[in-house]
Write a protein that binds this ligand. Structure first.
Ligand SMILES: [Zn+2]
Length: 154
């Protein structure tokens, strides 16, 4: 699944976007896919876009794959949609929500509001290489400087 998300990320990068891609799977079928878009000065997250698309199709029994660790906003969307599992590639230390998901405990009377099981570090080296390629070709913007922290770890 992360490999499919990486392919979507490559499509985004070919359009000049950040190399972040997501797919949503229902059963064995990919029901939605999206890459992160930086349009009109607002960043639209790949994982959120893919989940909105999957929700619009009424898909159930969802799993999400992203090449980069999801943020808190996208984790919250996954929880609200009842996504069962998240698979991701590279850690995103600045905004990643995997630790929050792992430590989440449902509140009283909210046993249905659970965090997905999160599996990270899948193909992380290959995803880091995607970001390295992006940083080698993208103009010097705040987004590229952030992407470079994923490559260098600093
Ligand atoms: Zn996000």
């Amino acid at each position: 699944m992360v490999l499919a998300a990486m392919e979507v990320a490559d499509e985004g990068m070919a359009q000049g976007e950040l190399p972040i891609g997501a797919v949503v799977v229902s059963g064995d079928e990919i029901v939605a896919r999206a890459y992160t878009r930086d349009s009109e000065g607002r960043l639209k997250h790949a994982d959120l876009l893919a989940m909105i698309e999957a929700d619009g199709k009424g898909a159930r029994d969802l799993r999400l794959a992203v090449n980069l660790e999801p943020c808190l906003m996208c984790l919250g969307a996954a929880m609200s949609l009842g996504v069962k599992e998240i698979f991701y590639g590279l850690d995103s230390p600045g905004d990643g929500a995997a630790a929050t998901a792992r430590s989440w405990a449902p509140g009283p009377g909210m046993g249905w509001y659970r965090a997905p099981e999160v599996h990270g570090g899948i193909r992380a080296g290959e995803v880091r290489e995607q970001f390295r390629r992006y940083c080698g070709q993208a103009p010097d913007t705040a987004l590229r400087r952030w992407a470079n922290t994923l490559v260098t770890g600093t």
